[in-house]
Write a new protein. Structure first.
Length: 134
């Protein structure tokens, strides 16, 4: 049974749609708690703590602005691999919503997609939101 919703936000149009869908699903399922998570990629070299703190604060402000119209949402900004962080934050009672950005075939072959990695490794159900059609 789903008891919480986790939505991955990378600030793409698809993740904006995922935030909207998370708000709708939370309401449909009786007001479940929702966490919007943004994952910052780990820098290759960690040498500037002030820069890291400023980057994290900026991401948190932007994330909070993205969910300002979503009552009851909490926000979380972490460092790491986006797919790994989402999977790690979930359990059997979580519903993960993640946007499908739609990289080129070459990018998909070289790097894979966050959405496909989450689907393969999550311990729970995952709803993949397609990018909005223009």
């Amino acid at each position: 049974m789903v008891k919480r919703i986790l939505v991955g936000v990378d600030f793409s149009p698809a993740s904006g749609k995922a935030v909207e869908m998370a708000r709708d699903w939370a309401a449909r399922l009786g007001g479940l708690p929702v966490t919007a998570m943004h994952v910052l990629h780990e820098p290759a070299l960690r040498f500037d703590k002030a820069w890291e703190e400023k980057t994290e604060a900026h991401a948190r402000e932007k994330l909070e602005a993205w969910v300002k119209d979503c009552p009851g949402f909490s926000t979380k900004v972490v460092w790491g691999d986006p797919a790994g962080a989402l999977v790690e934050a979930a359990d059997l009672e979580t519903l993960i919503l993640v946007g499908n950005v739609g990289h080129s075939m070459l990018e998909h072959m070289l790097f894979g997609s966050t959405a496909s990695k989450v689907v393969r490794h999550a311990p729970c159900d995952v709803l993949v939101i397609r990018k909005p059609r223009s």
